[in-house]
Design a protein around this ligand. Structure first.
Ligand code: GDP
Ligand code: MG
Length: 369
């Protein structure tokens, strides 16, 4: 389904768009300047002007083609990616903060205030990547596109509040994507804490704790007091072991955007989770509709790093624009390819929007009639 915008084709042929429109009309094709025309029509109309259209067939899929099946010999264990979910104010961010705080050395503690939405935590028993709440949005966006970013969901439920609408939403999300859930019953320090109630309410949604004869893992924690955190990390790593997570670090990177923003000093900045391969400074990348060459890679403690392997979240600088949470990132061997894919996507998006406005204006016209 290759297409080209009429004005673009005319420009490349060095003729006026109007001339082309007239010619097309003569051929029985009604088109406007900004309309896309398909390959066959382009060949015909170009022929009318004694041009030949070379099928420099640009196939995004071909350019983006991954290395296919991974050589099993190159697959190595990778850290689990954990998304923290749960109702607002149940303590997702607090829990993540306390996990990070207990895991960094004093010298790094300053970097803790940095919120990039995705973090990397080293424990004695292994590394874990965490996605914070804004991950919710990315999580849904990615799930709707069939991409999987999370291996395990930690469902945070406040012991004094119990199951709330977003708790149920999170359970449904996780079930729909087949991701195992670990329940963290938070705020156990509070006088009103009622973990029995939480267990009862969750059992009504298919999450039966081991204590109640089910097989769901429940950990009682307090982000405020820092209790239960080690056990939670241990449970995550146990679950990860069962999943036998692997990836090939030895190829060009691919991953997904967790969050992105426009920074006044650095320009577009995106937090990405690398899932396959290794991302390096200097790599040419396509990210959603944008492209670029990675100028700087930074970890979650704002330290500049040379590269990021599977399950590693990093902030990247160097994109042509701000991507959306959930957008895929792919590194390409050739900078030209990156630009071409991005241009192709932008053009596709434009003609989609144009088709929409055309339809709207037509509808408006009929209403008036
Ligand atoms: P989020 O919306 O799920 O990210 O929740 P936050 O982490 O922002 O926490 C919401 C509120 O609950 C904040 O005022 C926290 O200080 C408080 N909070 C979080 N965890 C605990 C806890 O374990 N015990 C108590 N007492 N308060 C907590
Ligand atoms: Mg939060």
């Amino acid at each position: 389904d290759e297409t080209i915008v009429l004005s673009e084709l005319a420009k490349r042929m060095g003729i006026k768009a109007n001339e082309m429109i007239v010619k097309l009309m003569g051929m029985g094709v009604m088109a406007t300047v900004n309309q896309t025309i398909d390959y066959d029509t382009a060949v015909l109309v170009a022929g009318e002007f004694d041009y030949e259209v070379e099928k420099a067939s640009f196939e995004e899929e071909v350019i983006l083609k991954k290395t296919g099946e991974d050589d099993p010999g190159k697959l190595v264990p990778r850290p689990p990616v954990v998304t923290i979910m749960g109702h607002v104010d149940h303590g997702k961010t607090s829990l993540l903060d306390v996990i990070r705080k207990t895991r960094v050395t004093e010298g790094e503690a300053g970097g803790i205030t940095q919120h990039i939405g995705a973090y990397h935590v080293e424990t004695e028993k292994g590394v874990i990547a965490f996605l914070d709440t804004p991950g919710h949005e990315a999580f849904s966006a990615m799930r709707s596109r069939g991409a999987k970013v999370t291996d395990i969901v930690v469902l945070v439920v406040a012991a004094d509040d119990g199951v709330m609408p977003q708790t149920v939403e999170a359970i449904n999300h996780s079930k729909a994507s087949g991701v195992p859930i670990i329940v963290a019953v938070n705020k156990m320090d509070k006088p009103g804490a009622d973990p029995d109630r939480v267990q009862r309410e969750l059992s009504e949604h298919g999450l039966m704790s081991e204590a109640w004869g089910g097989d769901a893992i429940f950990v009682m924690v307090s982000a405020k007091e820092g209790s239960g955190i080690d056990e939670l990390l241990e449970m995550i790593l146990l679950q990860a072991e069962i999943l036998e997570l692997k990836a090939n670090p030895d190829k060009l990177a691919s991953g997904h955007v967790v969050e992105a923003k426009l920074d006044s000093g650095r320009g577009p900045v995106a937090t990405v989770l690398v899932q396959e391969g290794t991302l390096r400074a200097g790599d040419s990348i396509v990210c959603g509709m944008h492209y670029g060459k990675i100028r700087v890679l930074q970890d979650d403690l704002s330290r500049t790093v040379e590269s990021a392997g599977p399950s590693m979240p990093v902030e990247i600088v160097g994109l042509s624009g701000v991507p959306m949470a959930g957008d895929e990132l792919v590194a390409l061997a050739d900078e030209k390819d990156a630009r071409q894919v991005s241009q192709h996507r932008t053009q596709k998006q434009r003609s989609k929007e144009l088709a929409k406005t055309n339809r709207l204006s037509l509808e408006g016209l009929f209403e008036k009639m």
